[in-house]
Design a protein around this ligand. Structure first.
Ligand SMILES: Nc1ncnc2c1ncn2[C@@H]1O[C@H](COP(=O)(O)OP(=O)(O)O)[C@@H](O)[C@H]1O
Ligand SMILES: [Mg+2]
Length: 351
């Protein structure tokens, strides 16, 4: 073997299919979630018999396949029948009843939404879905700004299954009584994967994403170990991608343990989703924080207002808290002469 055989040429890359390293990439087969998928399907099954379905709340920590399993069931449903409309809304990206209405209209094929008021949009949705039946999935439900949409759909659509997905099962307690009493969802908790399952899932993903033989066994095992200890497949995928980037940066052809170790250091910069997944105002806030890291929350709010931000201080605080939960930034408490203040820190690099 020549001494330069291990060197990557300028136009060479290790990644065959970048899209497979997106968090939203939905693999063809989703192992280890059969039971969960069957359960979701059982809640929808009554719609095939022309009666109403059961509602469902799915909960569990991030990165364990809640979204993937649900989207997988929807995909099968679409292949199986044209008589059931299915709608999937990410309530972090689409976070008000009005925006959700527009999103649903788009998904059920109603295009003439311009200048329509929110209640009229929901009337239209009910009219369309009531010709058949509907499955409505609201992912990241706790991130929505209001819940009128739930009430409206519960009241106006006859044959339906509403599935809500959240990391926080306590969320349901905070819902209005009028919604709770109508929704009455069944609960299904998703648990973490075992180490073997984690390795298996990441190995499959690796096959989709990388050229053959670019991963050394040691390096891959370290990714699995770390993802398992964090109980989060998404962070495992982050490591697959970033280890490869570290290796490419060094102009090397084979991903080694030390590349993964470097990628692990970047995990503190890990964000749950890409920032284009966020609502506009949160993206705007993140831009300001990038330029002004380490400031007190009150000072940051002043900057936000100066730059044209329109939300109240309370909403601003709530958005920061959510961005913290999503690991887009970190909030730290500092005790000074005037009591406690919150300091807002950006993540070190972008992902
Ligand atoms: N059983 C599985 N098989 C293959 N990929 C999986 C599996 N579970 C999760 N994933 C992948 O891991 C990532 C995180 O899963 P996701 O469904 O987004 O997690 P959650 O919604 O619980 O936060 C996604 O990219 C998803 O495709
Ligand atoms: Mg999810």
């Amino acid at each position: 073997m020549g001494v330069f055989d291990d060197v990557l040429k300028a136009d060479q890359t290790l990644i065959k299919n970048d899209a497979a390293l997106d968090y939203e990439f939905l693999p063809k087969i989703l192992p280890f979630r059969d039971g969960e998928q069957k359960y979701i399907a059982s809640c929808i099954a009554p719609l095939f018999r022309d009666t109403s379905g059961r509602n469902l709340m799915i909960h569990g920590p991030p990165g364990i396949g809640k979204t993937a399993a649900t989207r997988h069931v929807l995909r099968e449903l679409e292949e199986k029948t044209d008589n059931i409309e299915s709608v999937f809304v990410n309530c972090w990206r689409t976070n008000t009843s009005h925006k959700i209405a527009l999103d649903i209209c788009d998904q059920v094929g109603f295009k003439f939404t311009q200048n329509m008021r929110t209640p009229d949009l929901y009337k239209k949705i009910a009219e369309i879905v009531n010709k058949r039946a509907g499955v409505f999935v609201f992912d990241e439900i706790d991130k929505a700004e209001d819940y009128d949409f739930l009430y409206t759909i519960l009241e106006s659509v006859y044959k339906k299954t509403i599935i809500i997905i959240t990391n926080y099962k306590e969320f349901i307690i905070k819902l209005d009584e009028r919604i709770k009493s109508r929704l009455m969802p069944e609960h299904r908790e998703f648990g973490p994967y075992t180490e073997k399952q984690t390795g298996n899932i990441l190995q499959e993903r690796l096959k989709y994403a990388f050229f053959d033989n670019v991963w050394t066994e040691d390096a891959f095992n370290l990714v699995t170990e770390k993802a398992y200890s964090l109980k989060d497949i998404r962070q495992g995928i982050f490591l697959l991608k970033n280890s490869a980037l570290v290796c490419e940066d060094k102009g090397q052809k084979k991903i080694q343990k030390e590349h993964v170790e470097e990628a692990i250091k970047k995990l503190s910069n890990f964000a749950v989703m890409g920032s284009d997944e966020l609502d506009e105002d949160s993206q705007f806030i993140l831009e300001i924080i990038k330029k002004n890291s380490g400031k007190k929350i009150g000072d940051l709010f002043k900057l936000y207002e100066q730059e044209g931000g329109k939300q109240s201080y309370k909403t601003f605080q709530r958005k920061l808290k959510r961005l913290d939960e999503g690991k887009y930034l970190s909030l730290t408490k500092e005790t000074g002469a005037g009591g406690n203040t919150t300091i807002v820190n950006k993540k070190i690099t972008d992902f």
